[in-house]
Design a protein around this ligand. Structure first.
Ligand code: ATP
Length: 480
């Protein structure tokens, strides 16, 4: 249990100041003994000319307090390229995003009565959100999906530790490992390894598309779902919809040093400043913050009071058009119910969450030898595949590499597999070591690039390796 009760609070944009203010008021009324350090980030900072949207004082406060209650942050049109939300997550390496959803009494939803009570644990800093994009040609763009074993391992551990802390018995890993064997497959394989350390918890894997289907057909079967960043973004918005909408979906960004608590929803600018936003999602994030501080009883008091308010039919306008109360009145009603146990809240016994304290030890893989066996060179060309292949074969005569195949958006087009897809001006030309050539090195790759470049402009190159003797790259659709 920590004694640090200083918390950085970032009210944020749009409805942020109203719903975060409501939560601060509730936490103060609970007597949680929190000293708030109010900091700025988001639209106001972008408008002051800060490209990141996060001022140095805010970063300093977070470094110091290590705990943040945060409202949604906007990137106003015309300012900055990166979201301040993503910047904060990345800067403090809050690698796991925990998004619980639970059926709350009286909140209408097509799934009411099913007893939904699940948590999505999403890897929070890698994947397509690394934001590494390149326009390859005027007509073809690329985004790199970077997944690390360390990122998968830390996130999987949080999922299992969370299951233990909340008395849950099952963790499901959702990936697209059947299609993206190396990236999504890494999450699946790492999850399966970590699972062996948690024999008390049932671990299974489901393809993410099937997971979405199952979440709508039988959401009550899930307890904890752990997944990669992009999958988790989509699944967790889906799960908020199951229990009555974004107004009820809290979240926590957890890292080794810093924990940031925020609702899943954004700034909802169209309803900002009118005292109509639902503060429940941020209040439930506040309950997660209290648990993080070790204040388990206060967290439970807040959750019960919230549920009791809903049981009494007190709702904001996102739930009911008739008789809705405002943000401030809803907050008053919650505070007035401190000490009351909700009758229909499925409460859980929480134990403090044990986060992995060390970054995982460097895996043995760091020292595994890699052997260069070829290169994929991506060229810009509008020729038909046979003509492009002829030009490349000629240009690379005498190189230790031979052209093995050309693919267009992942489908082999040379040698022709019989049918041609629609062609775009972006070709992957796969070169492999000739049978009689010596073991190639980087100089041979540079020579290859010069030869290819003389025939057609190239945009990027991926060296092909084997790791421990196994190919560290996938085959094209149709490649032998
Ligand atoms: P952003 O671009 O910051 O994500 P947004 O309006 O596009 O903002 P959200 O803020 O996530 O996206 O919200 C989408 C809609 O959901 C809002 O327009 C609003 O109607 C509703 N909504 C979200 N949060 C709340 C809330 N706390 N209370 C009431 N309605 C909400």
């Amino acid at each position: 249990m920590t004694t640090n009760r200083r918390v950085t609070v970032i009210p944020g944009d749009g409805i942020g100041p109203e719903v975060v203010g409501a939560t601060q008021r509730a936490l103060d009324a609970l007597g949680a003994g929190i000293t708030w350090e109010r900091c700025e980030a988001g639209a106001v900072s972008f408008r002051r000319g800060l490209a990141t949207g996060v001022p140095a004082e805010t970063l300093a406060s977070i470094r110091d307090t290590r705990v943040v209650l945060k409202g949604p942050l906007e990137t106003p049109v015309g300012y900055g390229e990166k979201s301040a939300n993503v910047t904060l997550r990345k800067l403090f390496e809050t690698y796991a995003n925990v998004r619980p959803v639970r059926e709350l009494p009286g909140v209408p939803s097509p799934f009411a009565g099913r007893g939904i009570d699940l948590v999505v644990v999403r890897e929070n800093v890698e994947d397509l959100y690394a934001g590494i994009e390149h326009q390859q040609t005027p007509t073809v763009a690329q985004c790199l999906k970077l997944i690390s074993r360390q990122g998968c391992e830390k996130t999987a551990r949080v999922a299992f530790e969370l299951a233990r802390a909340e008395g849950r018995r099952r963790v499901t890993c959702a990936t697209k490992a059947n299609i993206m064997k190396l990236t999504e497959g890494l999450m699946k394989r790492t999850f399966e390894e970590v699972a062996r350390e948690y024999p008390d918890i049932q671990a299974d894997h489901v393809l993410v598309d099937n997971c979405a289907h199952q979440l709508v057909r039988a959401p009550e079967q899930f307890e904890v779902i752990v997944t990669t960043n992009m999958n988790g973004d989509i699944l967790s918005d889906l799960t908020s919809g199951l229990i009555g909408g974004l107004g009820f979906a809290p979240g926590a960004n957890l890292g080794r040093d810093v924990a940031m608590f925020e609702a899943v929803h954004g700034s909802a600018p169209t309803i900002a400043g009118q005292n109509i936003a639902n503060p429940t999602a941020v209040m439930l994030s506040g309950a997660m913050l209290l648990r993080h501080l070790g204040l388990l009883t206060h967290a439970s008091t807040l959750e019960h009071a919230l549920a009791a308010t809903l049981e009494d039919g007190i709702f904001t306008r996102d739930v009911t058009a008739k008789g809705a109360v405002g943000t401030a009145e809803f907050t008053d009603a919650v505070i007035a119910r401190f000490g009351r146990r909700a009758e229909r809240l499925r409460a859980r016994d929480h134990r403090p969450l044990v986060l992995p304290t060390e970054a995982p030890a460097p895996p043995a893989a760091l020292h595994t030898p890699m052997a260069l066996v070829g290169a994929d060179v991506f060229v810009r060309a509008t020729d038909m595949p046979d003509a492009l292949a002829d030009a490349l074969v000629k240009a690379t005569e005498g190189s230790p590499f031979r052209l093995k195949m050309i693919s267009n958006r992942g489908t082999q087009v040379w040698p022709s597999p019989g049918a041609l897809p629609d062609l775009v001006d972006h070709h992957r030309c796969r070169f492999v070591r000739r049978d009689n050539a010596a073991t190639p090195d980087d100089r041979d790759v540079l020579d290859l690039l010069a030869r290819v470049g003389a025939a057609r402009p190239w945009m990027h190159v991926e060296k092909l390796h084997t790791i421990d003797g196994a190919p560290a790259y996938t085959r094209a659709q149709g490649e032998d």
